[in-house]
Design a protein around this ligand. Sequence first.
Ligand SMILES: [Zn+2]
Length: 246
Amino acid sequence: MSLELLTFENLSRVPGIVHAITTRSGGVSAERCESLNVSYSVGDPTENVDENLRRVSEAIGVRKVDLFAAYQVHGRAVTAVEADTEPRPRCDVLITRSPEKTLMLRFADCTPVLLADPRRRVVGVVHAGWRGSALRAAGAAVAALSDAFGSDAADLVAGIGPAIGPCCYTVGPEVVEVFADRPELIAAGKLDLWEANRQALREAGVRAEHIEVAGICTQCESDRFFSHRANGGQPAGRFAGLIRIA
Ligand SMILES: [Zn+2]
């Protein structure tokens, strides 16, 4: 099957920015990692992940060595990536002004948020599961783009990608507890990660009309996107959210 990439309409209109959300199609991995798994830490042979990442890189016009990823820890720390930044910082938000690096984070139910500033020509990517969403990691990204690069939040264009949806994401009391300040995000015991991240962006000053929500549930569409919950306890493969300055 050919390599299928998901893109946002609003980010596609920003000149000089390349972005993509990968899907499960177009890779070489098998079974629960079928086929375009981008993670080395889910039991997929290294050579498969290498080849998958090579294909993803080629599809967005970069070299595999140009991909810059993080060791994701479900927090709100931000790394501003320069050409010489040490690889795999422990964080869940990457931002850059360097055309030499393609930012990449990995997902299987958690929320990908991609950000671009058309005026300052800088970009960012966020990984937000329930912890990161509760911590408003997307808001931390907006603040960091402003602090590091002088971005005005009102200029930012944002895409909220596939994540486990309010149709499927049943959460326990510990999660309900951390969203006590925003009870409207939980209905019938299910958390709305898409809306949590949209709100975090809005609170940080991003304009409503600049936010596009894919509205794709990874558990409902687990044949198209890797889903931790849909995998019934076995490690799921991961898909990638990528953005770069072209
Ligand atoms: Zn669903």
